[in-house]
Design a protein around this ligand. Structure first.
Ligand SMILES: *Cc1c(COP(=O)(O)O)cnc(C)c1O
Length: 396
């Protein structure tokens, strides 16, 4: 399998075949290599591997063939030189920070990011002298104004969770580069099937593979994709030393997930759009948040930047917590859980779960109302999802 083939193949072919190297057994599907270390032919070969004069496996904290196949496939799908796989999405964000930042550096981040990312930036990176400022995702002037002489990284998650606001990746990349900063995009909600941030100028793409890349809620994992210099050297340098590496079994599950990723993302997006259009018609619903709706403030940007609108829909019921909980508790099929990106639809009340730690002021600033419900729209029949919600809506 040489790099030339990669360059010629289209997305769908890469998703199925990139990165596979067959062993002497001639297996058709990708094998799993559950081995912590690798043996050498001689003491001289061991010395050459350790010394770096010969490429090859040494120990699975550094490299593993199954993990490498996953990394090469995801790198190919994102259009990046290099991918490193991590034990979870949060380990991907930590490894990016540890690889690329130092004490005294500053991060500018969109405000509406994954809750644990805020905790990582504020409570842990902060302890080591890295500070973060937060800006509204769509306000380009605020991004630029927040940049300081010591700002090194711009961090954005788009579309945002749960209100599906969309950031202009190309514009943010331009701002970052004008100020000598890097742009990292958490591409968890879109995946490369719908959005390729590196092609829009971003420097780093981060994934929680736990979500759509797995797609069936089985394994935790993450990834960082970017250039050889940033990801291959700096991020990998941290990872191989500190050890938040992906297990070979999880890599194999994610590898198989990548093969069907685009088909699943298209199906999630079609179901989500149908559900969002239906929700907009319901008299008990005050507002629906979905980038595929023409009522969405960044609908045009999402249409330009994304190949689909994704599987996350949020909506506000009239009333407040009591009404939202009534809709959630009336469901019989949807799973009440905060996970997302699963074939099974999930339903969440952000104000009391994923965003429960925020103060009332922070919630209202972030637009997380008590009537807000988030659905990660799965692959069931959309009419069954509507029926499951209609039961609760009729009660309020
Ligand atoms: C879940 C999630 C993460 C964290 O990933 P884990 O695999 O749970 O560590 C990061 N970013 C986003 C957008 C997520 O949804």
């Amino acid at each position: 399998m040489d790099q030339q083939d990669f360059d010629e193949w289209g997305f769908d072919t890469l998703a199925v075949r990139a990165g596979q190297v067959r062993t002497a057994e001639g297996e058709h599907s990708e094998p799993i290599f559950p081995t912590s270390s690798f043996r050498f032919d001689s003491a001289a070969q061991a010395a050459a591997r350790f010394g770096g004069s010969e490429a090859g496996n040494i120990y699975s904290r550094f490299t593993n063939p199954t993990v490498r196949t996953f990394e090469q496939r995801l790198a190919a799908l994102e259009g990046g030189e290099r991918c490193v796989a991590t034990s979870a999405g949060m380990a991907a964000i930590l490894s990016t920070c540890m690889g690329l930042l130092k004490s005294g550096d500053h991060i500018v981040s969109s405000r509406a990011i994954f809750g644990s990312t805020v905790v990582l930036f504020d409570n842990f990176m902060g302890r080591f002298g890295v500070q973060a400022s937060y800006v509204p995702l769509t306000d380009l002037a605020a991004w630029e104004a927040a940049i300081r002489p010591n700002t090194r990284l711009l961090f954005v998650e788009t579309p945002s969770n749960p209100l599906t606001e969309v950031a202009d990746i190309r514009a943010l990349a331009d701002i970052a580069h004008r100020h000598g900063c890097l742009l990292a995009v958490d591409n968890c909600f879109c995946t490369p099937a719908l959005q390729q941030p590196l092609k829009l100028g971003a420097d780093i793409v981060i994934h929680s593979a736990t979500k759509y890349i797995d797609g069936q809620g089985r394994c935790l994992g993450g990834a960082v994709v970017g250039s050889e210099a940033l990801v291959g050297k700096e991020v990998f340098g941290f990872l191989r030393t500190a050890g938040p590496t992906m297990s070979p079994f999880n890599a194999w599950v994610f590898l198989k997930g990548l093969e069907t990723l685009k088909l699943r993302m298209q199906a999630h997006s079609a179901n989500a759009l149908a559900l969002a259009l239906w929700l907009e018609q319901q008299p008990q619903v005050a507002r629906v948040y979905y980038p595929g709706l023409s009522s969405h403030p960044q609908h045009e940007l999402a249409s330009r930047q994304q190949k689909g609108y994704g599987g996350i829909v949020a909506f506000e019921v009239k009333g407040g917590r009591e009404q939202a909980w009534a809709v959630i508790d009336a469901t019989r099929m949807l799973s009440i859980t905060a996970n997302l990106g699963d074939a099974k639809s999930t339903i969440t009340h952000p104000a009391t779960t994923t965003h429960g730690r925020l103060s009332p002021e922070q919630k209202s600033e972030a637009g997380i109302g008590e009537g807000l419900i988030r659905i990660s729209v799965g692959l069931e029949e959309v009419d069954d999802i509507k029926a499951d919600l209609a039961r609760g809506l009729a009660l309020i």
